[in-house]
Design a protein around this ligand. Structure first.
Ligand SMILES: *Cc1c(COP(=O)(O)O)cnc(C)c1O
Length: 396
């Protein structure tokens, strides 16, 4: 297995050398002044990526799933109702987490390939005259289907229903790759993690928390200790953590923010659009179809692609891995065997993306797909040549 090949899974993502170097640190005393002086500016700068100036950034040593758990147990009480749309594996898993915490979950089932159902949310919220629903949970970018949802439309639906519920968004696979505007969209908790757009090792949940969610924390009755916002906020104020912080990840996050700001967030988003569009041109050229049902729903970080009838997407991803040492995303849940996924987020260039398209084409040819070798690559090349980036991104 060559470690030089990038991965094309939608997280964890490729770690640029600069960030590997930043995380390659000897143990330091987290109570010493240099860490105390590091943490506060890192948290402050992270706000820009979330699009918040009113909210606070809260981190935990955990993966994104821990961030979901923290969001729920800091703001809600047993028996509280939450409203959720289910349109993929990640929105499904968030529902499961709420149910296991004893919440009443009002589920709106949507076909996979669709996004958050703003209209149906509005109906459900308008019907909830006594304001039993305490939170609306939305997966911004459904990584299982390659669908991005319109969070501003969800906020507008909540406002149209004049409903006071909080709005929580899972932005694990969109933050730092696609625009996210926590304040403008009225998001009360946004949940992300270190291993996707931030291009770091897995191990840190990163949350944006609004003043309204902070206020809810004072009365929420769900039990929490490790994930208690109150302990974390109090300790952060003094420059520390309520327990041992993931030091290497925090120094890594500092460097990741520098990389994102040096490229410029707008350029980061534009690069992700360009890479995604190259992949979509390839999918067209192969005569295949995205799981996302509509252009407005296309994710710029991951594409889920149906394989033709009679083919098994798991064989395709196995072939790419076994024959060429390149990982692609498998079909999750309902999509198992039917679709594979190309992750195109984080530290990735046009050229790296072309290598992924070339690899999956070889795997398709090996399995007798009726796809002409080079057809998808050529379509992406054509697009990339016409839409060259303003400067060459160093993904080293
Ligand atoms: C990756 C991901 C998560 C978090 O998964 P972890 O493995 O716990 O980090 C949550 N939601 C979405 C949409 C994701 O893509």
């Amino acid at each position: 297995m060559s470690e030089q090949n990038p991965v094309f899974i939608p997280g964890p993502t490729n770690i640029p050398d600069r960030l590997r170097a930043a995380m390659n640190m000897q143990t330091r005393d987290h109570r010493a002044p240099d860490f105390v002086e590091t943490l506060a500016p890192v948290l402050e700068d992270t706000k820009r990526v979330f699009g918040t100036s009113e909210g606070q950034i809260i981190t935990f040593p955990a993966s994104g799933t821990g961030g979901w758990e923290a969001a729920i147990c800091n703001t809600l009480s047993p028996g509280d109702r939450v409203l959720v749309g289910r349109y993929g594996m990640f929105s499904h898993r968030w529902i499961d987490l709420c149910q296991r915490h004893g919440l009443q979950v009002d589920i709106i089932d949507c076909p996979w390939g669709m996004g958050a159902p703003a209209d149906q949310f509005e109906q459900a919220l308008s019907a909830d005259k006594s304001h039993q629903i305490k939170a609306v949970l939305v997966t911004h970018n459904e990584t299982a289907t390659g669908v991005v949802s319109d969070i501003a439309a969800v906020r507008a639906a909540m406002d149209a229903a004049s409903h006071p519920a909080m709005l929580f968004a899972d932005c694990v696979s969109s933050l730092a790759s696609m625009p996210f505007e926590m304040d403008a969209w009225g998001v009360d908790i946004a949940v992300s993690g270190s291993q996707k757009g931030f291009m770091l090792a897995t191990g840190m949940a990163i949350l944006g928390v609004s003043p309204k969610a902070i206020a809810a924390m004072e009365t929420a009755q769900l039990p929490r200790t490790f994930f208690d916002f109150r302990d974390m906020l109090t300790s952060n104020k003094a420059g520390g953590y309520p327990y041992t912080p993931p030091l290497q990840l925090i120094y890594g996050l500092r460097e990741s923010l520098s990389m994102l700001f040096e490229e410029g967030l707008e350029n980061v988003y534009a690069r992700h659009f360009r890479l995604a569009e190259g992949v979509r041109r390839a999918v067209d050229a192969w005569g295949m179809r995205l799981v996302a049902k509509d252009r407005s729903l296309y994710s710029n970080t991951v594409s889920a692609i149906y394989v033709p009838d009679g083919f098994d997407s798991n064989q395709l991803t196995d072939q790419a891995f076994n024959a060429y040492g390149v990982s692609f995303g498998v079909g999750l849940g309902e999509m198992n065997g039917k679709a594979f996924r190309i992750g195109h987020l984080g530290s990735l260039t046009d050229v790296m993306t072309l290598s992924g398209l070339a690899t999956i084409e070889m795997a398709m040819a090996d399995l007798d797909y009726s796809v002409e070798l080079g057809s998808g690559v050529a379509a992406a090349q054509g697009y990339f040549r016409q839409h060259r980036s303003a400067f060459v991104q160093t993904a080293a």
